[in-house]
Ligand binder design. Sequence first.
Ligand SMILES: Nc1nc2c(ncn2[C@@H]2O[C@H](COP(=O)(O)OP(=O)(O)OP(=O)(O)O)[C@@H](O)[C@H]2O)c(=O)[nH]1
Ligand SMILES: [Mg+2]
Length: 466
Amino acid sequence: MKPAELEYAEATIAAIATPVGPGAIGVIKVSGNLSERILKRLFEPKRPVEEFQSHRLYYGFIKDPESGELIDEVLVTLMRKPHTYTREDVLEIYGHSGYLVLTKILELVLREGARLAEPGEFTKRAFLNGRIDLSQAEALLDLINARSEKGLRLALNQLRGALAQEIIPVKEALLSALAVVEVAVDFPEEDVELLSHYELAEQLEKEVLSPLQRLLTNYQSGRLYREGIAVVIAGRPNVGKSSLLNALLLEERAIVTPIPGTTRDIIEEFANIRGLPVRLIDTAGLRETEDLVEEIGVQRAKEKMAEADVIIFMVDGSQEPQEEDFRLYQEIKDRPHLVVVNKIDIASEETLTLWKKAFAQEKCIFISAKKREGLEALAENIFSLVTGERVESAPRVAPNLRQKVALEKTKEAVERAIANLRQPVVYPELVAVDIRDALHSLGEITGESTTEDLLDRIFSNFCLGK
Ligand SMILES: Nc1nc2c(ncn2[C@@H]2O[C@H](COP(=O)(O)OP(=O)(O)OP(=O)(O)O)[C@@H](O)[C@H]2O)c(=O)[nH]1
Ligand SMILES: [Mg+2]
């Protein structure tokens, strides 16, 4: 389905576009044909306005037209289509932020005929009206949620259509291959050898498969910068897990005491490790316990470990290795992990040597959370563990999960086409089907081929008013 063919109600929609709560300004956004009428009904300008000029700010008051009650002192702007976010008439009201004031204005706007926008509906209209493609709409979401400088840059590139641009030549290559194949379907008796089957297969490999493959390899690193990684700090009680969390965050976030079993709940905070957004997760020390609260904490710790991208397995370097350390090590050794020996500031040569021997097969990282020593090396190791040392910098474009799935489907269809072209007897009809499948999957990325369902899923991830 093409965007233009997807239907949506012509209703005028409205929402509060700023976070609810006290603040300097709050914005009400309205989009649709009723925008101007609503403005004229509710707005009382300071000076008389002959005609509202598009994209200009006007100062005045919002007034309930029925009761005459003044609601707020505001600035308003009416932006006439098509040069607007949604490509419809857009009205924005900048009021004093505050839950009550904003809801009152919104209520009036709704009373005048608008309906409440669904999450992401403004952006959805921008897509349906052809202002942005689907990959750009998704980039907006990434932009809002970006947690690192590089994630932000990636989102910006995508917002400017970088992914769509990478896809255009691939699509053209598929279309010209399809044209060749269709000639063969239409004129079988002529035995047209415009391109030998062999050459066509070669061409598909070079012009379609390799660019697809390149984009797919960017997925992993794109995901890293976009979503970040979860790093769980685990180990026996009192080894210094919370101290490490605090050291990496540069703040006293978690309670640290000499008492084993201090941390009982999960503590999560975002940190930035060499440009990667990292969700740092401090957990309850792992041990058998009679204490019900601590037991639940240990359970939660294990759940977090199961979903971690990296487990920092921490031991206390100032003590000799204990049975319990090895038992825990067995639990994590098959997951991506780093063995971190803490408290080197008070550890003796002897105990450190014991640890080195005990984990001879591991590259141990020696740190002091308390003195903030060895943290650089730790960051380095976290980074190279998740990036596999290959990714030096963030890619310029990278598909998200949905786009990756579409790229993979495209790739599979093209691989089928190539395989069919390399058969001793080639059936052009079959090859044409494969190439059409490929084009369809590719179209899902920009939204040329899409369904209501998919759109709902994507746009429901947006916040209200976006
Ligand atoms: N000398 C020294 N002491 C440390 C270091 N790291 C932590 N400690 C001390 O070890 C004790 C335990 O530290 P925590 O960070 O609370 O340990 P934990 O692993 O979070 O403990 P639980 O939450 O009980 O599992 C505290 O007294 C810290 O000051 C370190 O690098 N050197
Ligand atoms: Mg702790």
